[in-house]
Ligand binder design. Structure first.
Ligand code: URA
Length: 242
């Protein structure tokens, strides 16, 4: 039942040296290897608390969202291949390191996904970023591709797909279909989002088992209007207008 689906589970969070730890809502567990939820640190839970609060004003919403976006991008980059790269330090010693291999690009699902572009640019200087606009078709009420602008060599790149709220997965599914139709292999797509629903995660796991999802938190479910619950409301409205 929806009530069962929306049940909220809680757990203690906080540093181990504190004997008394506060209780907080936990991310929903899912059984898929290709879904990577950020480490549920006290920092992350505090950041999520700020952006979920309906009383948080726009400037703070942007500031705290950007911090989470930065964590998502850094974690996303951990899934890209590296090769051995030994270097010499200024004191003449060798350091056996690694370096990134391969080209990447971002693709934002407009409009809310564009809010994640700066976080990607902050980590990857002069990164190419494409855009996809998907909206509900008035006649069929199905998602429809309205616009896309993607790097011409996208098939040779790893793609970081950006959309902050992963609800039903309708738009994201269409966006991934577009990427695959342009020759991007499914296993070279990473979908970064702040909050996911179990429904969206299950849909993707069945349809795109080789694509990786990196999310900060998996919520309890969706309401009757397909908003994520507990969620944070409309991300685009809160980031751009409210
Ligand atoms: N998009 C949003 O902005 N919020 C939701 O809860 C779901 C989709």
């Amino acid at each position: 039942s929806p009530t069962e689906n929306h049940k909220t589970y809680t757990k203690c969070v906080g540093p181990d040296y504190r004997p008394e730890k506060p209780i907080a809502t936990v991310s929903t567990e899912v059984p898929y290897d290709n879904v990577h939820t950020l480490k549920q640190t006290p920092q992350l839970i505090a950041l999520l608390t700020m952006i979920r609060d309906k009383n948080t004003q726009r400037a703070d919403f942007i500031f705290y969202s950007n911090r989470i976006i930065r964590l998502l991008v850094e974690e996303g980059l951990n899934h890209l291949p590296v090769v051995e790269h030994a270097i010499t330090t200024p004191v003449g010693r060798t350091y056996a390191g690694v370096m990134f291999q391969g080209k990447i690009c971002g693709v934002s699902i407009m409009r809310a996904g564009e809010a994640m572009e700066q976080g990607l640019r902050d980590c990857c200087r002069s990164v190419r970023i494409g855009k996809i606009l998907i909206q509900r078709d008035e006649e069929t009420s199905q998602p429809k591709l309205f616009y896309d602008k993607l790097p011409e060599d996208i098939a040779d790149r790893w793609v970081l797909l950006l959309d902050p709220m992963f609800a039903t997965g309708g738009s994201a599914t269409m966006a991934v279909d577009v990427l695959i139709s342009r020759g991007v292999p499914e296993n070279r797509i990473l979908f970064l989002n702040l909050i996911a629903s179990p429904e969206g995660i299950h849909t993707f796991a069945k349809r795109f088992p080789k694509l990786r999802v990196v999310t900060a938190f998996i919520d309890a479910g969706l309401d009757e209007k397909n908003y994520i619950v507990p969620g944070l409301g409309d991300f685009g409205d809160r980031f751009y207008t409210m």
